[in-house]
Design a protein around this ligand. Structure first.
Ligand SMILES: Cc1ncc(C[n+]2csc(CCOP(=O)(O)OP(=O)(O)O)c2C)c(N)n1
Length: 662
């Protein structure tokens, strides 16, 4: 058997596993695995550094299948290479409930899947973050411990998505030369030929953003290998445009959209077996080919051993720190630093915008948590995410801790996911809350993958004032509260801001959004409590000695209004209590007794929030009173806007009295 024969048979093993699994599931995407099998075979058997017996080895190369619909390519590879999570039975269970082999690769379903992909372009964005993370970690731990590539397989769809532009221009700017993107350039998407909808010169586009670009025949193993070698030596990120035929080998459907996303069908499969000279049963991989793949799986075992030796030789402090950061544990000094600062705040009672409060808190955090990597989408001075500890990262210097992401919210959020997935870092960054919409798909994926990324989102309501309705979030609180496993925080003062930061950092299993104000807010917590009250999601901030006739629920900046209304009601002899609600999600996680206690039995329940009502009925009931927004905001000084939209102490008092008939 010549080398070429062997290569082709190994690639055919991928093709037929994909064909057979899609056929058995009666759904899936055979076209991409069939077309990209040659690329994958070259990459995984000659270049990729990985160890199937230790899939989470920190210094492995990362492989991201950005074109997630081609999931069977990845599952076939993982099986063939000997990853224990991906057995033949798992492949036979493709797309079934509870299998590791979901329709699209899902992070956490099995070791070997580096990220969840499917929403096109996201993988490319993640990979940029992984490549950034690698450079950052090299600066911190040295090349002996950190020295790996990030490879991406992207399709036409990934490159058509807008996020690709943000991702590639950031990567080009930062000169991420260990990022290698292979474009499965098959000219086909779902509606037919790509040329019916797109005529971009992709290589020119990448080159214009500072990439090295190459083009190869994606079915020629030697040409693919030569291109990867060139890419590895580049001082810039590389795009390899690999011309392929979608559904390679299918006699009638290859090269057409018909093979993109449906089973080939028995007849076409027979034809493909003949055309590719693969006379084997479904799911049967001849033993010599399986052996060849398993041997390929052992390729980096020595590299892994060498790495382990270098790690063992490193000084004890570096080893412990490397392991701690990769486990995602916070430093032992963290809690004390938080509590010391909390005591200081209780003494000083500062009045400040929660965005400023966040900066003050971050200054404390960044001093004791060296693995935070800050940033902002060109709003550093507004988001207050930069602290004295965080010098900017530049194309030539990755020793810093602050990334100027540019006006690229979507690319930023996807890169943050990639950094978190890479491990060893806690990415946080800033933007305007209104533009959470611009990064929502990536935030959703962070939630789905359970990744600790922290979004500081400032200018969180009409309280931002003159910039007007285009910039004033109204439905965004509800929209973010709707994402499962995302914790959305709206702290009411600096102490709550501190507590919400603490909770965000301590939550290793999901992302957080901190919605923060532009306008000043007074300190509402009057005394020091070691307990993190925000951890309960909602808590009684001001209680009433008598049975309360009125309970006012509020979040963020509107807790001040609730407290003022409480004062006036008290003066009028009406017993009232105030509940601060920094997080709906954390409240829902409390015991039924606690929730019932906090909601209480006041005959009048009022919620105050400068957003839409959606979600508040949980607290106030269908018949509760809501003081908030009904539509878009307006441009004007913020205090006047609160008057204009009737979100005031007087409005709360009036509705309370009206309901009580007082
Ligand atoms: C953001 C997003 N939009 C739409 C889709 C649905 N979709 C899945 S694959 C695909 C076409 C992709 O074409 P290409 O990348 O060329 O893949 P190929 O046909 O080569 O398999 C589309 C539109 C998606 N998965 N993600």
């Amino acid at each position: 058997m010549t080398d070429l024969d062997k290569h082709q048979r190994m690639a055919n093993a991928i093709r037929f596993l994909a064909i057979d699994a899609v056929e058995k599931a009666k759904s899936g995407h055979p076209g991409l695995p069939m077309g990209a099998a040659d690329i994958a075979t070259v990459l995984f058997t000659q270049f990729l550094k990985f160890d199937p017996t230790s899939p989470n080895w920190a210094d492995r190369d990362r492989f991201v299948l950005s074109a997630g619909h081609g999931s069977m390519l990845l599952y076939s590879l993982l099986y063939l290479l000997g990853y224990e999570d991906f057995t033949l039975d798992e492949l036979k269970n493709f797309r079934q409930i509870g299998s590791r082999t979901a329709g699209h690769p899902e992070y956490g379903h099995g070791a070997g899947i580096e990220t969840t992909t499917g929403p096109l372009g996201q993988g490319l964005g993640n990979a940029v973050g992984m490549a950034i993370a690698e450079r950052l970690q090299v600066e911190r731990f040295g090349k002996d411990l950190v020295d790996h590539y990030t490879y991406v397989l992207a399709g036409d769809g990934c490159l058509m998505e807008g996020i690709s532009q943000e991702a590639l221009s950031l990567a080009g700017h930062l000169k991420l030369n260990k990022l290698i993107v292979i474009w499965d350039d098959n000219g086909i998407s779902i509606d037919g030929k790509v040329e019916i909808t797109d005529s971009t010169d992709q290589q020119a586009r990448f080159a214009a953003s500072g990439w090295n670009t190459l083009s190869v025949d994606g079915h020629d193993p030697e040409a693919i290998a030569a291109a990867i070698r060139q890419a590895q030596a580049s001082d810039r990120p590389t795009l390899i445009a690999a011309k392929t035929t979608i559904g390679f080998g299918a006699p009638n459907k290859a090269g057409t959209a018909k093979v993109h996303g449906s089973p080939l069908g028995a007849e076409e499969i027979e034809g493909t077996r003949t055309a590719l000279n693969w006379p084997h049963q479904a799911f049967e991989v001849p033993s010599d080919i399986l052996d060849a793949w398993r041997i390929a799986g052992l390729r980096s075992a020595q590299a892994h051993k060498d790495w382990q030796k270098r790690f063992a030789d490193a000084d004890a402090e570096s080893r412990a720190e490397f392991e701690r950061r990769n486990r995602g544990d916070l430093p032992a000094t963290f809690t004390k630093a938080v509590l010391d600062y909390k005591k200081k705040l209780a003494d000083e009672q500062p009045t400040m915008a929660t965005r400023k409060a966040s900066e003050a808190v971050l200054t404390v955090i960044n001093e004791v948590v060296p693995e935070t990597i800050g940033g902002s989408a060109d709003l550093t001075g507004s988001n207050n995410t930069k602290t004295p500890q965080t010098e900017p990262v530049t194309p030539t210097d990755f020793s810093g801790r602050y990334i100027h992401y540019g006006v690229r919210e979507h690319g930023m959020a996807a890169a943050m996911n990639g950094m978190a997935l890479h491990g060893g870092l806690i990415p946080y960054s800033g933007g305007f809350l209104i533009f959470s919409d611009y990064c929502r798909p990536s935030i959703r994926l962070a939630a789905l993958m359970g990744q600790r990324v922290i979004h500081v989102m400032t200018h969180d309501s009409i309280g931002l004032g003159e910039d007007g309705p285009t910039h004033q979030p109204v439905e965004h609180f509800a929209a973010l509260r709707a994402i499962p496993n995302l914790t959305f925080f709206r702290p009411a003062d600096i102490t709550e801001t501190l507590e919400c930061w603490q909770l965000s950092l301590e939550n290793k299993a999901g992302p957080s959004v901190l919605a923060l104000t532009r306008q000043n807010l007074p300190s509402l917590r009057k005394s020091f409590e070691e307990d993190n009250f925000c951890a309960r999601g909602a808590y009684v901030l001001i209680d009433s000695e008598d049975d309360a006739a009125v309970t006012i629920f509020a979040s963020g900046s509107e807790v001040e209004i609730a407290a003022e209304a409480h004062g006036e009601l008290s003066r009028a002899g009406i017993a009232a209590r105030v509940v601060s609600v920094p997080s709906f999600e954390l409240f829902e996680a409390q015991s039924d007794d606690y929730k019932a206690d906090v909601i209480g039995t006041s005959p009048v329940k009022i919620a105050v929030e400068a957003g839409i009502r959606m979600g508040w009925d949980r607290f106030i009931g269908n018949d509760g009173a809501f003081v908030g927004m009904k539509g878009f905001g307006a441009s004007g000084p913020y205090k006047e806007l609160y008057e204009h939209f009737g979100i005031t102490k007087d409005a709360v008092v009036a509705v309370a009295k009206e309901r009580l008939g007082a």
